[in-house]
Ligand binder design. Structure first.
Ligand code: DTR
Length: 341
């Protein structure tokens, strides 16, 4: 009996040991898996930077962290990423601050016509601002990085050669950039970028106010053959992480994520600036787009009509308990510093 029992016991031990071996993760498998939600299509710059961040994280953690990316609103859309990340529906998410009017009283300063000429300088200045002020508006999430689009211009189905041409024209924008259009006499139609292709196809809008790389990335050059150079405001973005997901990370991983903050801001700005140039060349070659410049007199009028938006922002910031004048001074100092580099 004992003999049979002994053999049975041995088989039991062997069976448990075999089960443990099978369940053990293969060598080098991720200990941590993070979901990363992004709203626009995969080829757009917010998703290109997401894939770069994923690669760097997986490389620098030696595969300890695996990032599962979800472009094209496949996990969370433009309007529900902020809430979705806070509720844990995704560990990480990309938000365009302009889609949340009034939610970011401090960082929305970057939606103003402040004179940035590149995504690189705007992205570095935005990250500096975030690090200095640690804005209350982000207290419920961990901000992994921030960056900005390149300056916004008009991309339209019919040419805008003078400010008369823009009057009453339905144009897509978001946030304070919609107010810039309104101040110039256009009819702004606010919506996320992800909704813009359909709006253009259906004729809901006659063009859009954004950075030029979407001419290629979203093939807008096919339908918007006229590009009026305004070099106006940029659109600020934040990559946010669920606070519980962040707190659950080991310290060595947190350090890698924190070290990537500024680096990713700069990388994304540099990628964007080069991609704008490539996209314009591509659009000229493929669709023969026409670049239009406004007269000096019209550009002077643009500045005069949009400057009041800065005062308006300052009033709202002050009402939110923010020293708007100090923020504007800091942003201008950063703009001069980075634009000089
Ligand atoms: N138009 C702004 C910012 C932006 C510029 N390029 C892209 C590409 C994909 C999404 C957004 C943007 C915006 O709608 O946020």
């Amino acid at each position: 009996m004992i003999r049979t029992g002994k053999i049975a016991g041995m088989f039991a031990v062997l069976a448990i040991f075999a089960a443990m071996l099978c369940s053990a993760a293969p060598a080098g498998a991720a200990d941590i898996s993070l979901s990363y939600a992004n709203f626009p299509p995969a080829k757009t710059f917010p998703c290109v930077q997401m894939e770069r961040w994923k690669q760097e994280v997986e490389k620098r953690t030696n595969g300890k962290v695996l990032v599962q990316t979800y472009p094209g609103s496949t996990l969370l859309g433009a309007k529900n990423t902020l809430r979705g990340v806070m509720q844990g529906q995704a560990d990480i998410g990309c938000i365009s601050l302009a889609y949340h009017p009034g939610v970011f009283p401090l960082c929305s300063v970057f939606e103003l016509p402040l004179g940035f000429t590149s995504a690189t300088s705007a992205s570095l200045a935005l990250w500096d601002l975030y690090e200095k002020y640690q804005p209350e508006e982000f207290k419920k999430v961990k901000v992994l990085t921030m960056f900005a689009s390149a300056p916004s211009n008009l991309m339209t189905k019919t040419p805008i050669r003078t400010l008369e041409d823009i009057k009453g024209m339905e144009l897509r924008a978001s946030g304070i950039l919609s107010k810039i259009l309104e101040s110039l006499g256009a009819t702004p139609v606010s919506m996320p970028m992800s909704a813009t292709p359909e709006a253009l196809q259906k004729g809901v809008v006659k063009g859009l106010f954004s950075s030029f790389e979407v001419l290629k990335d979203l093939n807008f050059a096919e339908i918007c053959r006229y590009e009026t150079v305004t070099n106006s405001a940029v659109y600020p973005f934040a990559i946010i992480m669920n606070m519980n997901s962040w707190n659950a990370l080991p310290d060595d991983v947190k350090k890698i994520f924190n070290d990537l903050g500024r680096e990713q801001a700069e990388w994304t700005g540099q990628y964007m600036d080069q991609h704008v140039k490539d996209s314009l060349d591509w659009s000229k070659e493929k669709y023969g787009i026409e670049l239009v410049t406004l007269s000096d007199a019209d550009m002077k009028i643009v500045r005069e009509k949009t400057m009041p938006l800065i005062e308006d922002w300052k009033e709202k910031a002050t009402a939110a308990g923010i020293d708007g004048a100090a923020v504007l001074t800091d942003v201008e100092a950063a703009r001069q510093k980075y634009e000089a580099q």
